[in-house]
Design a protein around this ligand. Structure first.
Ligand code: UDP
Length: 459
């Protein structure tokens, strides 16, 4: 009942606010962190934008507050993440809306006093509003430590001539940030370099202005990269507290799209380790011809597969538009769904490989289940995640260049049935053990959460 909820809330001594960037890959880890902190006795208030608004019904244990985001309709409709980040921050800085909402959230005396607010690094405008109200901020980085370390190095990368990237130097090693090459550095030759530079420098500023940084990674995965961040940043704590999806008690509940659960029954009927799970995340898109090559590559591989084809996966069309004859060709062996309960799928016994775009969450989720990967990065940090998968952890390989059905079918065979895939699978199993170790009591991520809770109570 309502009054029972109030009583329970009052028992919690402190409260944290959380404000994710409104994209799936940023929402998931923030709500997982919120769940972990709630499990440690803290009350949680979730602030969210109207754009990609969250559904409070999915988390009855949290309080939800909507914040006007001021994103112009045409920018929102573009779906392009960097312009949306910049437009949202500009609108928030131009109005007092965030300040006013925050002030009223802080004044709510039906709630325990707020210790701090966890924000996405892309919300500098929110950091400034909190700071004006005397509320400390903590940043959750939803990408890798390598990625944030690269953000910090951005001025140096420009200064030393790596950026903007030149077509002839894409494979030049960046000796300051091994094992990255120029092509792995967050940008492509078609990026709007000024926009990228602005977004990354604002993200670094958000962290520098905050009382600590939590990175969704773990020590054994990125020790050198975490060290680099700690050397370069002067903030009270830098904690590696991931993989958050493994620490959080719930695996679902923050999907913006409806999960098609029919795939779980389908997986139940497949042989152990036989299925390739294929997903390119929540944002990546391709053209109709590429979709066609992917489809026939899957069909020609002969391998069982589960493929997520979002309604907006193909640029400029509504609906998947799979090639004629495809359904018949893969009948009984392949399944296509609009959105998956991904973490459950990856943990299913039938899944033996992951063809991914290497968004950081997907990468961590694959690593957490000990799955070898075919990597097909599209943009942002996906190229560098792929580089780490291939050259550092050895748990997969990149499918480079133009998408062609023959190449795709061969890559799938290589991953699922050949020696190279077997080696990647062995490495992936080793890495899965390291994930388990960091989550045990006394493990590095559990200690990081202890330290985080202690830090929160000191604020
Ligand atoms: N995801 C999901 N169902 C799908 C595809 C993706 O639940 O069918 C989730 C996935 O588990 C991950 C998130 O969406 O947590 C995607 O984040 P990621 O960083 O991998 O990529 P992005 O979408 O940001 O490119």
């Amino acid at each position: 009942s309502h009054s029972h909820g109030d009583v329970r809330r009052q028992e919690r001594a402190r409260r944290v606010l959380v404000f994710p960037l409104p994209f799936q890959g940023h929402i998931n880890p923030m709500l997982q962190l919120a769940d972990v902190l709630h499990g440690r006795g803290l009350a949680v208030t979730v602030l969210h934008t109207q754009f990609n608004a969250l559904d409070p019904a999915l988390h009855p244990e949290f309080t939800f507050v909507a914040v006007p985001d001021g994103i112009p309709a045409d920018v929102a409709a573009s779906g392009s993440i960097i312009p949306i980040i910049l437009a949202m921050n500009a609108a928030m800085e131009a109005s007092s809306a965030v300040h006013d909402v925050l002030a009223s959230v802080l004044a709510d005396d039906g709630q325990p006093p707020a210790a701090c607010m966890f924000i996405d690094a892309n919300l500098l405008a929110v950091q400034k509003a909190a700071s004006a109200l005397g509320l400390p901020t903590m940043v959750l980085r939803t990408g890798s430590a390598a990625c944030f370390s690269c953000f910090l190095a951005y001025p140096m990368l420009h200064h030393n001539g790596y950026l903007p990237p030149k077509e002839s130097q894409l494979y030049t090693p960046v000796k300051e940030l091994p094992p990255l090459r120029v092509r792995d550095l967050f940008v492509t030759s078609s990026s709007d370099h000024e926009m990228v530079r602005k977004v990354l420098s604002r993200a670094s500023e958000t962290v520098r202005n905050s009382s600590g940084l939590v990175v969704n990674t773990f020590d054994a995965l990125e020790a050198a990269e975490l060290d680099r961040i700690r050397r370069e940043l002067d903030v009270p704590v830098v904690l590696a507290a991931g993989p958050l999806h493994k620490l959080s008690s719930r695996s679902t509940g923050s999907s913006l799209l409806r999960e098609d659960r029919s795939c779980m029954e389908w997986l139940d009927k497949q042989a152990v380790g036989s299925v390739l799970y294929v997903s390119f995340g929540s944002l990546a898109s391709m053209d109709g011809a590429e979709l066609c090559e992917v489809a026939w590559g899957l069909a020609d591989s002969g391998q069982p597969f589960l493929w997520v084809v979002r309604r907006d996966l193909v640029r400029g069309s509504d609906g998947p538009g799979l090639p004629e004859g495809f359904d018949r060709a893969v009948e009984g062996r392949g399944k296509v769904i609009p959105w998956a309960p991904q973490q459950e799928v990856l943990a299913h016994f039938a899944v033996g490989g992951f063809w991914t775009h290497n968004g950081w969450n997907s990468t961590l989720e694959g690593v957490g289940e000990g799955l070898p990967m075919i990597c097909m990065p599209h943009f942002a940090d996906q190229m560098m995640n792929t580089r780490y998968v291939e050259a550092v952890w050895g748990v997969g390989f990149e499918l480079e260049g133009k998408k062609e059905r023959n190449k795709i079918a061969k890559a799938i065979q290589k991953l699922m049935n050949e020696r190279e895939g077997e080696l990647a699978r062995e490495k992936a199993r080793e890495l899965k053990k390291k994930v388990a170790a960091c989550l045990e009591s006394g493990g590095s991520s559990m200690l990081a959460i202890d330290k985080l809770v202690e830090h929160i109570s000191s604020l």
